[in-house]
Design a protein around this ligand. Structure first.
Ligand code: ADP
Ligand code: MG
Length: 382
């Protein structure tokens, strides 16, 4: 039996069926899943592929996997250079660690005067703003100064939590209303309303890169692929066995590699945000602080919701929503999913340490192709 390969962040692993934080199960996970797949004729959508091109590596401090059943023109080397081209394009726009990236330069620009940006970055920021608005800004790209204050940004780690006074002072320049974006010709202009404003688009980086690579593969006429960048996955067509791709939502409590629930994304993007892989423990108080920060309170989340997965057309959308819905917690996240007909799946840990899943109505069809995974999630509002 093959194990999922885990990425740093929450959630997906590509399993030999294909798994999500996602973990991607790329083919047939284990014996049990094999039996399920065999019993489901609808699972088979193509003939088994003789040739498969696969690459994996590190990007944005995390892992990526790309699988192309049927083979990629030019093979592994071309696929790798195409993937690296996309990763560079995304990093050049949004990295906060590479001082030459557009966002890093904007962050270093301590002025309220206009700052010229590329049309590409302006597009991305407008999309992120739109998603942020949908979920009452619980995902907010201006969270950067709080991310730094809590030691998860380019300023390096901290070992103790900041004081309330520091948090209050930082909150004064966090908020989507603290920047304006204007389109100018084919480019854009950003303006800070307070010179201390800093943007952080890390949470959508993986989704954006997955979308960009999916678009490149689509343009090359590739009909079967799986792209997994940490917790963000885009897939299309069939897996190497000619079956629907499956993605595993990672078990947040076990020490990695266990799939909590499997999903057939059926051509849609899926991503998962988790609070359990990147955190620090205050050395004085022993308190656990996650890297997911509530932009309204200025504190890392500390509720019992440990992961939220979202399915939508683009991985940028899912990657923006999953983080914000994780901030809101399982109940609000699933309610929002039901209200907006969005597939949302949340995992909480109850007082006994048991994981409890709830999901919105729109998530149900994506679970149906994988009927028997080890844990039966508890549906809400059925
Ligand atoms: P995950 O896969 O767990 O969602 P990501 O790396 O995609 O993790 O996103 C987490 C990062 O997003 C944090 O390290 C921080 O830089 C940033 N972030 C934290 N809280 C928020 C928030 N409320 N809105 C936007 N970005 C956030
Ligand atoms: Mg996210």
């Amino acid at each position: 039996m093959k194990k999922c390969s885990w990425k740093k962040a929450a959630s997906l692993c590509v399993v030999p069926c294909v798994a999500l934080s996602l973990a991607v199960f790329a083919s047939a996970c284990d014996n049990k899943n094999e039996k399920v797949a065999a019993a489901q004729t609808s699972d088979v959508v193509a003939k088994k592929f003789d040739q498969v091109t696969k690459i994996s590596g590190k990007t944005f401090g995390t892992f990526y996997y790309v699988t192309v059943p049927g083979g990629y023109p030019g093979g592994e080397d071309t696929l790798r250079s195409d993937a690296e081209f996309v990763f560079k394009k995304v990093s050049d726009a949004i990295s906060t660690f590479d001082q030459n990236a557009e966002i890093a330069r904007f962050n270093a620009y301590e002025s309220t005067k206009d700052f010229v940006i590329s049309g590409y970055l302006a597009d991305v920021l407008e999309q992120v703003q739109r998603q942020s608005l949908r979920i009452e800004h619980s995902m907010d790209p201006t969270v950067g100064p709080l991310v730094n204050l809590w030691g998860f940004g380019p300023n390096g780690e901290v070992h103790q939590s900041p004081s309330q006074a520091e948090i209050d002072e930082t909150l004064a320049y966090v908020g989507i209303d603290k920047i304006t974006i204007r389109r100018v010709g084919s480019g854009g202009v950003l303006q800070k309303l307070d010179p201390r404003v800093k943007l952080d688009l890390s949470t959508i980086g993986e989704g954006l890169a997955a979308d960009e690579l999916a678009q490149l593969l689509d343009e090359k006429g590739i009909n079967n692929y799986m792209i997994a960048i940490a917790g963000a996955i885009r897939s299309k067509g069939a897996n190497p066995d000619g079956k629907l791709w499956r993605v595993g939502i990672e078990d947040p409590v076990s020490q990695g590699q266990k799939v909590f629930a499997a999903v057939c994304p059926q051509g849609m993007a899926i991503s998962t945000a988790g609070s359990y892989r990147n955190f620090f423990i205050d050395e004085k108080t022993g308190t656990f602080y996650s890297h997911i920060i509530d932009p309204k309170t200025g504190y890392p989340i500390n509720h019992r919701t440990v992961s939220v997965s979202v399915i939508a057309r683009s991985a940028l959308e899912t990657d923006a929503l999953d983080t914000g819905l994780l901030v809101q917690g399982a109940k609000a996240a699933v309610e929002w999913g039901n209200k907006t007909e969005t597939p949302v799946y949340a995992i909480e840990v109850d007082e006994q340490g048991k994981e409890v899943a709830t999901y919105s109505r729109a998530f149900t069809p994506y679970l149906k192709c994988v009927l028997n995974l080890s844990i039966s999630p508890v549906p809400q509002d059925k």
